[in-house]
Ligand binder design. Structure first.
Ligand code: G1P
Length: 292
């Protein structure tokens, strides 16, 4: 089995749920405590053994590329002022030179289209897809998905149960009969069904490990939900030849594509940082008693 070395990060989306904050700033660059959202996803991939990061960007996203570059002026200024600890924070986490690729998605035609834009760089091997606005900082979810892909040879998606009224915001999978196990062979999957049409509540949460065969399906798909090319639709079509497995995740996750998710994640991760937790708790207590 080929090792999963490459991860695709679709970062061309417009971030409309976060307007006006995302008018001039890519949603991927909004901070959770002291790092932009995209950095968490990049670090998650590297921790899972991914060696090449492929970012599918779009108009107005140049700031993301700058974040993954060394900042020469900043390095010189910090070095001169002896702030070597900050120097570490600015650049030490960067992936090694030559391990990142940026490819443009000319138009935001959907998640499936964004993944298809990475086809030539991914080539003929299985690969991971991470949606950075789903913040996942606990455990080794991606590594587990990679293991399942290696063991089964299928496509693999991480899922969580969502609220009955939320199904129209997600893909929804039909788990079949084996609903007790962590890893299950999926019977069906549909993108953003209406609440009435969704008999199940298990939704993909933005972490996939896919075989290269998915590209052929993506390139011949009609537009799906929302008039976009949907990755979920390609997975559904692929199931005839390549089984789809889901992996149930029950750790911490936050939807950082929404204002409430960004705020909640800042609180959760802020409370986990010893240098911040004390004053954050005081502020939270104060605001709970004295809402603005
Ligand atoms: C995408 C996927 C959807 C998945 C969701 C998770 O939707 O199409 O299947 O459940 O991510 O966040 P989007 O949020 O891009 O509309």
């Amino acid at each position: 089995m080929t090792k999963v070395k490459k991860a695709v990060f679709p970062v061309g989306g417009l971030g409309t749920r976060l307007l006006p904050a995302t008018k001039a700033i890519p949603k991927e660059m909004l901070p959770i405590v002291d790092k932009p959202v995209i950095q968490y996803a990049a670090e998650e991939a590297i921790a899972a053994g991914i060696e090449e990061l492929i970012l599918v960007t779009g108009r107005g996203k140049a700031m993301i590329e700058d974040h993954f570059d060394e900042s020469v002026e900043l390095d010189i200024a910090l070095d001169r002022s002896g702030k070597t600890n900050l120097l570490e924070a600015a650049d030490a986490w960067l992936p090694p030179p030559g391990t990142m690729a940026f490819v443009r998605q000319p138009k935001p035609l959907g998640l499936g289209h964004a993944v298809l834009c990475a086809e030539r760089i991914v080539g003929d091997e299985p690969f991971a897809v991470l949606l950075d606005d789903e913040l996942i900082v606990e455990g080794d979810l991606l590594k587990r998905l990679i293991d399942v892909q290696r063991e089964t040879g299928g496509n693999v998606v991480a899922v969580m149960e969502v609220g009955a009224e939320e199904t129209s915001r997600y893909g929804i999978i039909d788990p079949g009969n084996n609903s007790d196990s962590d890893v299950m062979r999926v019977e069906g999957v549909v993108e953003k069904p209406s609440v009435e049409d969704a008999p199940f509540r298990l939704a993909p949460i933005g972490r996939y490990v896919l075989t290269q065969d998915i590209f052929a399906h993506l390139s011949s798909l009609p537009r799906g939900a929302g008039g976009e090319v949907q990755l979920t639709d390609a997975l559904a079509v692929a199931m005839d030849d390549t089984p789809l497995y889901d992996y149930r995740y029950d750790g911490y996750r936050s939807d950082c594509g929404s204002p409430e998710g960004i705020i909640e994640a800042n609180v959760a991760l802020g409370l986990a940082q010893p240098g911040i937790a004390g004053c954050l708790k005081d502020a939270l207590r104060h605001h709970l008693d004295n809402a603005l």
